[in-house]
Write a protein that binds this ligand. Structure first.
Ligand SMILES: Cc1ncc(COP(=O)(O)O)c(C=O)c1O
Length: 421
C-alpha cells in the first residue's frame, strides 16, 4: 500500500510547550503545509459549487476541476435546503421584509415570522413555547448559561456535543461525565451528588448522538432525573426531522409528554435545512431564558426570510411521509453495511459511522471516495478517540436506491484496496 498518506493530529497543535500563543499557531501552520503538499488536506475543504442537495458539484482545490458527486455527508436529512416552497417563501419574504432582522430580539429584532416559527417549533415539540437563536451552538450555550450558576452541577453524557461542553464551561459550574448512554453510570453520579446539590443538577444528553447515530435511552434517563429531582436538557439537533412521529424528535420517539423538568434544544441547520437554533420548554422556563440566555438577549435575531422558510419546512415535515422515507433509506444503508461486515457501532438513525481500522487511512480514502463521485465526512481525533476514527455518512430522504447501491459498491472497492474493515 502506498503510504504517502499521513495522520491528522490536532492534539499536537492545541498548545505549545512554553505557552506561547504564536508558537502553537506556527506549529499548526507547518502541519497544514504538509497536508497541502500531500494534496490530502481534509482540514480545508474543497467548496461546493452547487446547492447542498443529494447530488452536488465540488470545486476540487488541487485540480481546479468541478467534480459531480453524490452527497453522503450533509446534515440536510430531508433534502430541505432546496425544498422549492421554502425557497420561494424566502425570496418573497426577503423582497418584502429585507435581508436582516435589524436588531436583537428584545429590542427591535423580533418579527412576525420569528413568532410564527417559535409557535411552530413549540407545537411540533409538544411544549408551551420556544425561543429561536442564530444557531444551535448559541441555543445550547444560552440554555446552559441562562439556567446554571457556579453552585450547580452539570452531568454530561461522554459523547455530548462541543456546544454543550462549552456552555457548561462558561457557566462556571462543576461538570462530570457519565459513560455513553449508560443510565447506571448516570445514576451512580446522581446518587453521589444529589444531597450536595439539592434541586441544582442539570443532566445533559444529545437526543441522537452526532457522531455515533444512536438514540439516548430517555425513559431510563428520565426516571433517574426525576428520582434525584434534577433537570434534563436534551439536544435534539439530530433528532428533529429524523426520529419520532413525523420527525418530532426524541420525546415523541418514546411517546413522552408533559414533562416540566425537560428542556429541548435543537438546530434549524440540519433536517430543517436553513440556519438557526432553538430552545423549547415550559412557559416558565422560556420566559426566564428570553432574558437570561445571553446569546438571545445580546445577539441579533434571525432574518425574517430564514424564519419564514424554516416554518415552511416544519409544515412539510409534519404533513408528508418524508421522515419515513429517510428511515427507510437509513435502514437499507445500515443493514447492507452490517451484512457486508462493516462496523457501524450502535447507529439507529440517519447518521451512520463506519469505523476505519487505521486512522492514517482516513486521509487516503478521502481522496478515493471523492474521485469516485462520493462526498463523505471523516472524523478523527480529538473529535473521537484514535481507535474510533471513522467515515461518517448522513442519509437523506431524497437518496435513491441507486445512490445507496452505488455507495455500497464503492466502499467495497475501496475496502478491497485498503482493508478498512
Ligand atoms: C448535537 C449538536 N448540537 C448542536 C449543534 C450546533 O448546531 P448549529 O450548527 O446550528 O450551530 C450541532 C451541529 O454541529 C450538533 O451536532
Amino acid at each position: 500500500m502506498n503510504r504517502s498518506d499521513y495522520k491528522i493530529d490536532l492534539y499536537l497543535n492545541k498548545k505549545s510547550a512554553d505557552g506561547s500563543i504564536m508558537r502553537k499557531i506556527y506549529e499548526y501552520k507547518s502541519q497544514l503545509e504538509e497536508h497541502e503538499r500531500n494534496k490530502l488536506n481534509i482540514l480545508r475543504k474543497s467548496p461546493l459549487s452547487s446547492a447542498c442537495d443529494r447530488e452536488v458539484r465540488v470545486n476540487d482545490r488541487y485540480s481546479g476541476e468541478e467534480i459531480k458527486a453524490l452527497m453522503f455527508g450533509s446534515n440536510s436529512y430531508l433534502g430541505a435546503t432546496i425544498y422549492a416552497p421554502a425557497v420561494k417563501r424566502a425570496i418573497e419574504v426577503t423582497e418584502e421584509y429585507g435581508i436582516g432582522a435589524g436588531g436583537v430580539p428584545l429590542l427591535s429584532g423580533t418579527n412576525i415570522f420569528q413568532n410564527e416559527l417559535e409557535f411552530t417549533i413549540a407545537k411540533t415539540k409538544g411544549v408551551d413555547d420556544a425561543i429561536v437563536f442564530s444557531s444551535g451552538f448559541t441555543a445550547n450555550i444560552g440554555a446552559i448559561i441562562g439556567l446554571i450558576r457556579p453552585q450547580n452541577l452539570i452531568v454530561h453524557d461522554k459523547l455530548n456535543h462541543a456546544s454543550l461542553i462549552d456552555g457548561s464551561l462558561m457557566s462556571g459550574a462543576k461538570m462530570v461525565r457519565y459513560n455513553h448512554n449508560d443510565p447506571k453510570s448516570l445514576e451512580k453520579i446522581l446518587a453521589e451528588n444529589a444531597k450536595q446539590y439539592p434541586g441544582g443538577i442539570l443532566v445533559i444528553t444529545d437526543g441522537v448522538f452526532s457522531m455515533d447515530g444512536d438514540i439516548a435511552k430517555l425513559p431510563e434517563i428520565i426516571e433517574i432525573v426525576d428520582k434525584y429531582n434534577a433537570l434534563l436538557l436534551i439536544d435534539d439537533a439530530h433528532a428533529t426531522g429524523v426520529i419520532g412521529d413525523k420527525g418530532r424528535g426524541s420525546l415523541s420517539y418514546y411517546n413522552i409528554t408533559n414533562k416540566k423538568n425537560i428542556i429541548i434544544t435543537g438546530t434549524l441547520s440540519k433536517a430543517i435545512g436553513t440556519v438557526g437554533g432553538f430552545i423549547a420548554a415550559s412557559q416558565e422556563i422560556i420566559d426566564y431564558l428570553r432574558i437570561f440566555a445571553r446569546s438571545n438577549m445580546y445577539s441579533t435575531a434571525l432574518p425574517p426570510s430564514v424564519c419564514a422558510s424554516s416554518t415552511e419546512v416544519f409544515k412539510m415535515m409534519t404533513s408528508t411521509n418524508i421522515v419515513s422515507q429517510l428511515e427507510k433509506n437509513s435502514s437499507y444503508m445500515r443493514n447492507s453495511l452490517k451484512e457486508k461486515g462493516y462496523n457501524t457501532l450502535n447507529s439507529e438513525t440517519a447518521i451512520i459511522p463506519i469505523l476505519v481500522k487505521d486512522e492514517v487511512l482516513l486521509t487516503t480514502i478521502s481522496k478515493e471516495f471523492l474521485s469516485r463521485g462520493i462526498v463523505v465526512n471523516y472524523i478523527f481525533p480529538p473529535v473521537v478517540s484514535p481507535s474510533k476514527s471513522r467515515i461518517r455518512i448522513s442519509m437523506m430522504a431524497t437518496h435513491t436506491k441507486d445512490d445507496i447501491d452505488y455507495f455500497l459498491s464503492v466502499i467495497d472497492e475501496i475496502d478491497k484496496k485498503y482493508k478498512i474493515k
